[in-house]
Structures are given as structure tokens and as C-alpha cells.
Write a new protein. Structure first.
Length: 834
RNA sequence: GCGAAAGUGGCGGAACUGGCAGACGCGCCGGACUUAGGAUCCGGUAGCCGCAAGGCUAUGGGGGUUCGACUCCCCCCUUUCGCACCA
């Protein structure tokens, strides 16, 4: 018997797959398609097992689906633009392209050594012009439709990375990448109008039945829809008014003041009219400085000051004071709110602090109007209106409808919807990204680069100073252009796009990766997309996954794709921890896949990562667990070798099951067949339906254990050989998604030609899988007292009779009265005695 | 503070619609085979009591529903992850 040498098998079969292009595919309308995708990789240099876990999960699914007869697209690519390469270039002087392409070559080798079944012919790299030109093409389409626009705005600025961050990239007031506290800065920026799709993106989340609820919740919260009303408070002593947004117009009779955020435009007007304009402005700029970053370090105290101006509450006709408050957000709603201290905790604290009036306007449906002086906190609950003019006695919900209608009728407001989601700022003052294909002409304004001049290539030479200005601005031959409209001298846009643009549509490009006429042929995308199975880390639950859903809608509205949701089934895999911590170079706890490959081969690593826990769970890496998987593969190898001769000769290596006369088998042979077919049932269910790879592996381990016992005690007849061959061949096919190299080798040694690419996933015979007799526990007063053996089809009466007659049970029934018998068919008999 | 998920042996985990808790693996203990084994094969392994048959206790804690609860309901504790002045 040859020994098990996994490293040799890795080399042999990886070469075989490459030579035969086993995993390359074309559209084939005669076969059902399956698009299996893992989030592509940022080429940081080295893959660690945490990354690799994701690719193995996807590979198990892809290989399963191939065996099930699907035409499987399983591609891979590189999210190759981004700051780390540019930052490294500032330090090392090595050009980002050089380092990035080098990293890609290395990591590609790592993935190939793991035997991941990618269609490498479709590999894409976002930093190459044949990819990013289509970012530019799409940008122009979006510009033409008003979905890309430019405006001056206060942006999140990371002073370390020297660039703008999208709201989604600000985590706890700090840069998501380097953790530096984010500053606010006013800049001319390009935006994508994702808010145009806010309602669509939100509403469609209900249809994403195969997404984790956690991710959907996060997206819903992020989009943050609020239904309410915009109401105008006319200024008492000046022309104009203040619009506020409220979700509780039913409390408007309790609005005893109006609050402006420090960013509100009227603040400047009021400052000019103030008794002490300088002091006014000082306080405003102090509030603005507090903003985001200050708030993260615990609660910032609520404070404000009176502007000296009044507004009119159009429902009470009262003059209410206008204050500036530090807790009112300039960017949300109208940047102003009505102060209802009775129902809003923030307003309550504010009113108590500054002695502003509090008026009770809601009472509980059953109960009395609360005593305002006795309140220690706001009462936000709904109820019935009081002290509310003609609306007294009206329930909150109804009052909101009627008050909104009245506001609309009087022309002082309207029902409206607010979203927390904001437009996506995509300008980056950096080099290593897609150039924004726009030209600034003194005559014509902002003009897109004509399509036939795309791509706007990144110039190879650039200074990596790390200063805050765009590096491209220092390349005159890039900047100085002629205007495509008037032919006059003009300047090229020197900002680049956020790299999240690259990853928002790459999954479509895989369907037609080398098209040099358009981003993709719609027919090809219509065949392959949407992605049937998408896996990656939860850290992308908001950013990447919401942007991709946005882009899918943009392509849909361009008439290029026929669906709205790009990913049908999403799996968020857990992280791999070492010593209780996330792997990172700085912690020195990185597990390098190459080391493991040298030690135990690709299959043991793959198997271990799948066996250790369900895919969504975090796992703690242990070397001993890896050794266990290696040992088990050796066990599979040896049991297969033990039956090889019988299997090859007895079956003629085709359909061994067909030659088996089940009724003529010995009890042991029938038992191992039953185990074989039940294992097929379990593994299929676990891998295909539940994605519980760990229990699929344990089911296969049980079968192997039984096979050893069978081999130990059974006679080696031709009949036994057929039964064993059926078991082992089924096992090998089911194992092949997890341990493809070992499985291919055994398959070949069993006489099969053409590799597992020609094999089919095994099917089970329910009659064989079903046990001939089942052992059913008998409970007396909730405790198991005996066991009876029954046939699967036994009736309740038969089961009850057997249970009552069981010698182990009878002592517990002696001198007692059986008051109740419950029978769970085929599962258990339960008796209550007194 | 709000929201979500999760708490099961020494460890990772299993238990699918409420039906034998601890599958499978790691680790540990023992045996066989061996010059040897850190290879391989076989067996044992939740805790407590008992020579044994067997019994009792156990799924974070406390209640409840049920013939029967890891699973359903209520309260509490802990952990993890999101969001965090969104009017």
C-alpha cells in the first residue's frame, strides 16, 4: 500500500487542473448556472488563514455545485487600488504598481497551492486600465444622469492619510483605516447620489431572504428612514422662517422653543443682529469644533445660548425663543428642531438647564395628565393629546395625520421622510486610485472626458509626498489638457475615486472579464448574475454591500442588468483568531498557510478550517486540531487502499450500487449500506442547504469509523467488496469539495478516468437509508426507564403494548395506575403513572 | 442608552419541527502491534454516589407552560457585535 503523501498529491492535481483548465467555464444555456463568489482580496502581501477560510468556504460550495451538474462560475480578482500601497510608497519609494503587482503574484500562488478551484482566466485587477476605464465610463454615465455631482461641502478629513473619508468610513469619529480622529474641512467634492435610491435600498431588504438578519438590520439602521413632517416656524420679528423636521408633530402644542444647529445658515444672520456678535460667533465656532470627534469620548454636555430672536409656533400662535444648541446636527433633516421638553429627553434636559417652559401635551390613554413639575425625565410615550387646542382627546397616531394635513392646508408644512443615509463622497486627494474623468474648463465649466478618450490613465510618475494636495496635481502633462468642448486650455480633475467604487461592480465584470468595448455584455451578465452565493467578512455589512446594491440599481436603470439585488445568498464568515485575538502582523500571531501546507498539505488545512466550527462563527486556531484532520485523511486513504482491489475488480468501476442485491446482504453489510446512504443524506443537507460544513465532515467521519469496524470483523467476499466500494466511492465524492487532491487520487486509483470533473454527487436511496429497526426510549414520569425495538412503521398501539411489556419498564408500573400515554411516532413512548 | 446574537464536558462543537443532552474531533487515560514510536489499530473519557447492577445531578441563574424543555414564554446575569444626541 502506498503511503499518504499529501504534498505530492497537491502538486500533481494542481498541475492537472491547470493543464485541463478544469474550472474555466462559458455560458451554456442548456445547464443551470451557479455563480459562487468570495469577496475579492486586497493584495496586502500575504494571505493568512483568516482570509483563506473565506476562499475555502466558497470553494466547497463551488465544487459541490459542479458535482451537482451546475455550470459554475467561480472567479477571483484583486481590489488593487488603495492607500496602504501608496503610504508604503511614501516610505519606501517603491511605486505602488510595482508592490501591488508583486503582492498579487505572491498571493495568487498561495491560493493556487490551496487548490481553490478558480476560473483564473477571468482574473481581474482593479488597478489596471482595462478595469478602471469602466469605473470612468460609469462615472460619466452617472454624471449625465445627475447621479454624480460636485458640491462644496464639509467633509470628514483624515489628517494622517491626508484624504477625505465617506461617512461610512468614519468609525467612532475616527478614520476606519488608521484610527486618527477625523477633522472637518470644506472642499469641492464629487458625490454619488445614493440617496436617490434610499427608499429602494431600504424597502428591498425585506426580499433578501438569504441574507443574515444581522446584516439586514445594520443596513436598515444605516439607511435610517424616519417618517414625519416638515413644519415652518415663521420668524417673529424678521422676514422668513425656520423649517424643522419632526416625527412627533402630535406634540407640537408643547413646542416651547426652537433649536438651531451651529451649522444652520440663519445663525450667521442672527449673529450680525446680536448685541455682542463676536461672543455669539465664538460660541458657534466652539460648538462646531466639538462636533463628531468630541462626542465620542462620552456624552458631551448639552448646552446652548439664546439668539435674541423669536419664532411663531403657528399652532399655538405663541412667540417662542430661538436658541443655538450643540446637540442639533447640521447635516440631518433641516438642521433645526422644535423643542418639546415634555416628550423629548434632550429637550427636557435643555429646558431644565435654561429654565425654558415645559408643557404637558400627552396623557396616557388610561390615566391623568402628568404633573410637569414632578417630572424627572421626558415622557416620550404616545397617548392622547391634552393642552392641544382643538386636538384634545385625539390619540397620537391620528393627531399626527390630522396635524400634518392641517399644516399642508395652511401652507406651513408637509408630511415628509428623512433618511440617515447621505450621498456618497467619492473624491480622494490621493494618487493610487481611478482618475476622475473630468475636465475643468474656464469657458465650459465641468466637462466629462469623451468616451473615446478613456481610459484616463494614471501617469506612472508621481510624487508621493504625503502632503494634503492631490499628487496628480504635480504632474503637468496630466493636468494641462484642452477642453473637449471648446478646445481651449483646461485643467484635468486631479482627485481620484474612492476604492469602494472599484469593488461595487466587479462581480459583473467577472461575467465578461475581457470585454474592451463596454463594462460587460448584458447578455452574459443576464446568464450568470445575480451571484447565487456570496461570502465574505461581516466588516463589509454596510460599506461594500450597500454600495454594490446601489450600483446594481444604477446598472439596472441604465438597462444593463435585469435585476436589482446583486447577491441572492450572503454568508458572512467568522474570523479566525489566534490566542484569542485577531491575527495581525503587529501582534505576531499570524498563521501562515504556506507553513501549514508544507507540514500537512492543502487538504488537511482545508478540512480543518471547515470542521472546526460553522462558517459564520469565529474560531480559535489550534495546531493540534489541524493534526487531527491530517490523521483522519490518512485514515480515509488507508481504508480506501484496503478495499481498492475488490472495488476495482468487483464493480468494473461503474455504479457499484446497481449490482448490489440489498435483500441478499448480511446484517453487517446492510448496516454499512444504511450508514452510507444516510451519510449521503446528511452531508447533502449540511453542505447544500444548511451550510454547516462542520457537521458534514463529522458525518463523513462516522462513516469512516463504521467502515473500519466493518473491515475488522467482516468477511472479504465479493459482496462485501461491492458494499465497501459503494461506501468509499460515495465518501470520496462527498469529500472532494473539502479535500480535492486526496479525493482525486483515490478516485483515480479506483480506476476512474477523467478525474472528479466527470463525477456526480451521490444520491441516496431513502429505503436503504432508513433503519430496519429503531430503538425507542420509554419514559415513565419523564425519566427513561427502558428501550424497545420497533419497526419503522409500527403503530401507536404496537409501541404502547411493547412498552408496557418491557421488563425494564414493568417495575415502575407495578401497583400504579397509568393515567396517560404519549407516543411520538418512531421517537419515544412516554407514560404518566400515579 | 437602543438594537441584535450568543452562553452546553478540560477544549472546539453536535442535538434538524419540543422527544435518549454531549454526535464528531482535540486533549487525556488504557490496551494491542512493535527494537522503538510522537506511526497505526482497538477501547475508555460530563460530574457525583456505588464493588457492581444501577442511581442521582447537570445545557449562565430564577420562575413558568408541557407527559416531556438546550429548544417555547417571563425576569435576571454575563459576553460579543452593531448603532449611538438622527429630532
Amino acid at each position: 500500500m502506498p503511503d499518504y503523501h499529501p504534498q505530492d498529491l497537491d502538486r500533481k492535481w494542481q498541475a492537472h487542473w491547470a493543464e485541463h483548465q478544469t474550472f474555466e467555464v462559458t455560458e451554456d444555456p442548456s445547464k443551470p448556472k451557479f455563480y459562487c463568489l468570495e469577496m475579492f482580496a486586497y493584495p496586502s502581501g500575504h494571505a493568512h488563514v483568516g482570509h483563506v477560510r473565506n476562499y475555502i468556504i466558497g470553494d466547497v460550495v463551488a465544487r459541490l455545485k459542479r458535482l451537482q451538474g451546475f455550470n459554475v462560475l467561480h472567479p477571483f480578482g484583486w481590489d488593487a487600488f488603495g492607500l496602504p500601497a501608496e503610504n508604503a510608497a511614501i516610505q519606501s519609494g517603491i511605486h505602488p504598481e510595482t508592490s501591488t503587482l508583486g503582492n498579487i503574484a505572491h498571493m495568487k500562488g498561495q491560493l493556487q497551492r490551496l487548490g481553490i478551484s478558480y476560473a483564473w482566466a477571468r482574473e481581474l485587477t482593479t488597478c489596471l486600465p482595462d478595469y478602471y476605464r469602466w469605473n470612468q465610463w460609469l462615472f460619466i454615465r452617472m454624471f449625465e444622469r445627475g447621479l454624480a455631482y460636485r458640491r462644496r461641502s464639509t467633509v470628514n478629513w483624515c489628517p494622517v492619510d491626508n484624504t477625505v473619508l465617506a461617512n461610512e468610513q468614519v468609525v467612532d469619529g475616527a478614520c476606519w483605516r488608521c484610527g486618527t480622529v477625523v477633522e472637518q474641512k470644506d472642499l469641492e467634492q464629487w458625490f454619488f447620489r445614493i440617496t436617490a435610491y434610499a427608499d429602494d435600498l431600504l424597502g428591498s431588504t425585506d426580499g433578501l431572504a438569504q441574507w443574515p438578519e444581522k446584516v439586514l438590520t445594520m443596513q436598515r439602521n444605516w439607511i435610517g428612514r424616519s417618517d414625519g413632517a416638515r413644519v415652518t416656524y415663521p420668524l417673529a420679528d424678521l422676514p422668513g422662517g425656520i423649517d424643522v423636521f419632526t416625527t412627533r408633530i402630535d406634540t407640537i402644542f408643547g413646542a416651547t422653543f426652537v433649536l438651531l444647529g451651529p451649522e444652520h445658515p440663519l445663525v450667521q444672520t442672527f449673529a450680525d443682529l446680536a448685541d455682542d456678535p463676536n461672543r455669539f460667533r465664538e460660541q458657534v465656532s466652539r460648538f462646531r469644533g466639538q462636533d463628531r470627534s468630541a462626542r465620542i469620548s462620552g456624552e458631551v454636555e448639552k448646552e446652548g445660548f439664546f439668539t435674541g430672536q423669536f419664532a411663531i409656533n403657528a399652532f399655538t400662535n405663541e412667540r417662542v425663543p430661538i436658541w443655538v444648541a450643540n446637540f442639533v446636527l447640521g447635516e440631518y433633516g433641516t438642521g433645526a428642531v422644535m423643542g418639546v421638553p415634555f416628550g423629548d429627553q434632550r429637550d427636557f434636559e435643555f429646558a431644565r438647564k435654561y429654565n425654558l417652559p415645559i408643557r404637558a401635551v400627552i396623557r396616557p390613554a388610561e390615566g391623568r395628565t402628568p404633573d410637569v413639575d414632578a417630572m424627572s425625565e421626558a415622557l416620550p410615550d404616545e397617548g392622547v393629546l391634552v393642552n392641544s387646542g382643538g386636538y384634545d382627546g385625539v390619540p397620537s397616531a391620528e393627531a399626527r395625520r390630522r396635524l400634518t394635513a392641517e399644516a399642508e392646508a395652511r401652507g406651513i408644512g408637509e408630511g415628509t421622510v428623512q433618511f440617515r443615509l447621505k450621498d456618497w463622497g467619492i473624491s480622494r486627494q490621493r494618487y493610487w486610485g481611478t482618475p476622475i474623468p473630468m475636465i475643468h474648463c474656464p469657458q465650459c465649466g465641468v466637462v466629462p472626458v469623451p468616451d473615446d478618450q478613456l481610459p484616463v490613465e494614471l501617469p506612472k510618475v508621481a510624487q508621493f509626498s504625503g502632503r494634503g494636495d492631490s499628487p496628480l496635481a504635480s504632474v503637468p502633462e496630466f493636468v494641462n489638457v484642452t477642453c473637449p468642448m471648446c478646445g481651449g486650455a483646461a485643467r484635468r480633475e486631479t482627485d481620484t475615486m474612492d476604492t469602494f467604487v472599484d469593488s461595487s461592480w466587479y462581480f459583473y465584470r467577472f461575467a465578461d472579464a475581457h470585454n474592451d468595448q463596454k463594462p460587460f455584455e448584458p447578455g452574459k451578465v443576464a446568464y450568470w448574475c445575480p451571484v447565487d452565493f456570496y461570502s465574505g467578512g461581516v466588516e463589509h455589512a454596510i460599506l461594500h454591500l450597500i454600495y454594490s446594491r446601489f450600483f446594481a440599481r444604477v446598472f439596472r436603470d441604465l438597462g444593463m442588468v435585469d435585476h436589482s439585488e446583486p447577491f441572492t445568498h450572503l454568508l458572512t464568515q467568522g474570523m479566525v483568531l489566534k490566542d484569542g485575538a485577531v491575527m495581525s502582523k503587529s501582534k505576531g500571531n499570524v498563521v501562515d498557510p504556506d507553513t501549514m501546507l508544507r507540514k500537512v498539505g492543502a487538504d488537511a488545512l482545508r478540512l480543518y478550517v471547515m470542521f472546526v466550527a460553522p462558517p459564520e462563527k469565529e474560531v480559535e486556531w489550534t495546531d493540534t486540531g489541524l493534526d487531527g484532520s491530517y490523521r483522519w485523511l490518512g485514515r480515509v486513504w488507508r481504508i480506501a487502499e484496503q478495499w481498492r482491489e475488490e472495488a476495482v475488480s468487483a464493480s468494473g468501476h461503474r455504479q457499484p450500487a446497481a449490482a448490489i442485491d440489498h435483500g441478499a446482504l448480511s446484517p453487517d453489510e446492510r448496516a454499512i449500506r444504511r450508514k452510507t446512504h444516510d451519510t449521503i443524506r446528511r452531508v447533502t443537507q449540511d453542505v447544500d442547504v444548511r451550510q454547516q460544513m462542520n457537521t458534514a465532515v463529522s458525518a463523513m467521519m462516522e462513516l469512516v469509523n463504521d467502515l473500519y469496524a466493518f473491515t475488522e470483523k467482516g468477511a472479504r467476499t465479493a459482496q462485501a467488496g461491492m458494499v465497501a466500494a459503494e461506501a468509499i466511492e460515495s465518501l470520496v465524492v462527498m469529500l472532494s469539495p473539502f479535500a480535492p487532491h486526496t479525493a482525486e487520487e483515490i478516485w483515480e486509483r479506483y480506476g476512474h478516468v477523467g478525474g472528479l470533473a466527470k463525477a456526480a454527487w451521490p444520491t441516496f436511496d431513502p429505503d436503504v437509508a432508513r433503519a430496519e429497526t429503531i430503538v425507542v426510549p420509554v419514559q415513565v414520569n419523564g425519566k427513561v426507564r427502558g428501550r424497545i425495538s420497533v419497526e419503522p412503521g409500527a403503530t401507536d398501539a404496537e409501541m404502547e403494548a411493547l412498552a408496557l411489556a418491557d421488563p425494564a419498564v414493568r417495575p415502575y408500573l407495578k401497583d400504579r395506575e397509568v393515567t396517560k400515554v404519549v407516543i411520538a411516532k418512531g421517537r419515544l413512548v412516554s407514560m404518566v403513572v400515579r
